[in-house]
Design a binder for this molecule. Structure first.
Ligand code: ZN
Length: 218
């Protein structure tokens, strides 16, 4: 199936220039691995970026440039990339950019978070709440209404879900900013597996929502 929801041009540019955090970059590259259109868009962005770099006049480096670079290395993470060797992983997501994050285990270590929801933690960055998680949501499950403290990027891997902004199927990429409050729901015909990368902890709404963080580490 061809995805019909894609990363914005700004997000693709951020991915191409290496300025996304690892969890968000993983979401983008996972979509790219499923979307020929975005592979093409990314190639164009990289071509334009290369031309712009060639046009830049070399600048003299400031004396503390090296120290600044070292300080930034803490923040810099390798961008997940498309890989070919998947032999060690026996899971539905073998052969995807998720493979290096699955630990080479056969059965995925799903952790039950609540009724109808299980998760596998893939990447978590200390102190900032930025992380990428695989979620498996049972058919017919309505998730709590929640907002965000930063960007949220979702890639549908299997099944489908919908929220206030639309309906999404495998391959689709959904991007929400900190303003967005939504209540995703999974259709009643099949389970849905998504990769979700978020910056900052989620903000739950309502009585049920306030109870959720007590037992769900999201
Ligand atoms: Zn795309």
């Amino acid at each position: 199936m061809t995805p019909s929801h894609h990363p914005s041009a700004a997000t693709l540019f951020d991915y191409g220039s290496g300025s996304l955090s690892e969890p968000l970059a993983l979401a983008v590259v996972t979509h790219i691995s499923m979307c020929a259109e975005c592979r093409e868009r990314l190639a164009q962005i990289e071509t334009v970026g290369g031309v712009m770099l060639e046009d830049l006049e070399p600048e003299e480096m400031s004396p503390d440039c090296y120290a600044q670079t070292l300080a930034r290395l803490d923040d810099t993470v390798p961008i997940p990339f498309l890989i070919g060797d998947v032999s060690a992983v026996d899971s539905p997501f073998a052969g995807t950019p998720l493979t290096p994050y699955l630990g080479g285990v056969g059965e995925l270590p799903w952790k039950r978070l609540g009724r109808g929801v299980a998760a596998v933690d893939l990447v978590r960055r200390r102190n900032r709440g930025t992380r990428a998680t695989l979620f498996r949501v049972s058919r017919g499950t309505l998730l709590p209404l929640h907002g965000h403290r930063g960007r949220e990027m979702t890639v549908v891997l299997e099944g489908k879900f919908f929220d206030e902004t639309g309906a999404f199927v495998a391959g689709d990429f959904i991007e929400h900013d900190a303003e967005m409050v939504h209540r995703p729901a999974v259709t009643s015909d099949e389970d849905c597996v998504c990769l979700i990368a978020v910056e900052g902890r989620l903000k739950f709404k309502g009585v049920f929502g306030r109870l959720i963080p007590l037992f769900v580490d999201m």
